[in-house]
Write a protein that binds this ligand. Sequence first.
Ligand SMILES: CC(C)(COP(=O)(O)OP(=O)(O)OC[C@H]1O[C@@H](n2cnc3c(N)ncnc32)[C@H](O)[C@@H]1OP(=O)(O)O)[C@@H](O)C(=O)NCCC(=O)NCCS
Length: 149
Amino acid sequence: MLSFSLFDATSKPSEEEKQNIINFLYKHLQEFRDAKKAISKCLDYALKNNVSSFGGFVLVLKENKKAQGVTIINKTGMKDYIPENILVYIAIHKNARGKGFGKLLMQEAIKLANGDIALHVEPNNPAIKLYESLGFTNKYLEMRLKKPH
Ligand SMILES: CC(C)(COP(=O)(O)OP(=O)(O)OC[C@H]1O[C@@H](n2cnc3c(N)ncnc32)[C@H](O)[C@@H]1OP(=O)(O)O)[C@@H](O)C(=O)NCCC(=O)NCCS
């Protein structure tokens, strides 16, 4: 049986659930992963944990109560000129791919998010196919300036 768990500023995960979310994303993002510290920051932003943030949410897709997919959305606080939301991470368990779980999780996240959604994806990531099938387009090329710290 498939179900969703939703966490946000008003419904926070336990410390154990939080670590499970971070570990799941770290493991199943595979070559597209960030450091656990970065994933943890994104999660804290979504949950408004001791950070000044606009919030967001975390959605976990479960099959028979076992996590099979996770996505984290951060709100930007902006609108009209920058989308209201950024889908920062999405991963499906590596043994559960190609069964429609990614699409299902994205569809639910799109339903729950208020406003438009931006995401960035490496040009060689096959996930692009999934995003396009849901209506995402790439009108812009994202450019970043990395400043020395
Ligand atoms: C991207 C990811 C979330 C997709 O999840 P999934 O459950 O395998 O995808 P689905 O089974 O729901 O497939 C949805 C659609 O995308 C397409 N698709 C998914 N993965 C694909 C792949 N590797 N190659 C080609 N098409 C793919 C499917 O054909 C399907 O299209 P359809 O609806 O027309 O049949 C999953 O592969 C993943 O976790 N990848 C590693 C992490 C990652 O890359 N995250 C995104 C970082 S930006």
